[in-house]
Design a protein. Structure first.
Length: 249
């Protein structure tokens, strides 16, 4: 089992940009998002509000993580890699705070879809894939950093947030807004497009499509605005607007 999870973890780590979206599309094809919950539009609206809040809580957590300490999660040549053992910032609160944020985002999107089977399979499947990735990363980190990493694991939980560590873990650090924008704008954009796309999918599947046309056009306009904002930030990033000044000693 350990060997299988290690193999799967390395696979999901390397191909997550292809596998994760494909899994979401496949699950969404299983069933169209329902317009009502338990036969009640009001209950569905409440569920949607909760779903969006879950998505934004995940994005907010990611921003806090990146704002204090950034870890390049892409590895080296799409393989698990770490140059240093980062234990400060939110990594002193949770060993995988970015992945916790991602899980909140994905869970919120599945909840927004609303079909019970899609919600259950989606959340469980993504939890399993992330667990495999973490298993592969932990094996690499323990092999490279040894006792230092094992001590870190004893003090910091894998998935939960030990908020009592926050003050000590961020002592002397400042929140870097520019880094948040430069490093996380694409994730925010993808999450917003996923939310808007899910909502469009739901109403486009309705029987009275002609009555939903104005709302669908509104959602399409919002999606276009997200795309334009993303392109603008990408352009500014290339021009060095968000570049951090080099520290000289």
């Amino acid at each position: 089992m350990k060997t299988m999870m290690l193999t799967l973890g390395n696979f999901f780590f390397r191909y997550r940009n292809q596998v994760f979206p494909a899994v979401i599309v496949a699950l969404f094809c299983l069933a169209a998002p329902p317009l009502e919950l338990w036969g009640s539009p009001t209950a569905a609206l409440f569920k949607d509000v909760v779903a969006v809040l879950v998505v934004f809580s995940g994005l907010a957590l990611r921003m806090v993580v990146v704002g204090y300490a950034y870890i390049k999660r892409g590895g080296l040549n799409k393989r698990v890699y770490a140059k240093d053992l980062v234990t400060e910032g939110m990594f002193g609160v949770c060993r995988n705070p970015l992945y916790v944020g991602n899980m909140l985002v994905y869970s919120g999107i599945f909840l927004l879809h609303g079909d019970p089977l899609v919600i259950a399979i989606g959340i469980c499947l993504f939890a399993f894939m992330y667990q495999c990735i973490v298993h592969a990363e932990e094996a690499f980190l323990e092999d490279k950093f040894g006792d230092a990493y094992r001590a870190y694991c004893r003090d910091v939980p894998r998935w939960t947030l030990r908020l009592g560590n926050f003050e000590r873990a961020t002592e002397g650090m400042t929140f870097n807004v520019k880094r948040v924008i430069a490093k996380d704008y694409s994730t925010v954009s993808s999450a917003l497009i996923a939310v808007l796309g899910t909502e469009m999918y739901r109403f486009a599947s309705a029987d009275d499509l002609e009555h939903q046309l104005a709302y669908l056009l509104f959602l399409a306009a919002l999606m276009a605005l997200v795309g334009l904002a993303t392109a603008l930030i990408s352009h500014l990033k290339k021009r060095g607007v968000f570049r951090e000044p080099k520290t000289s000693f």
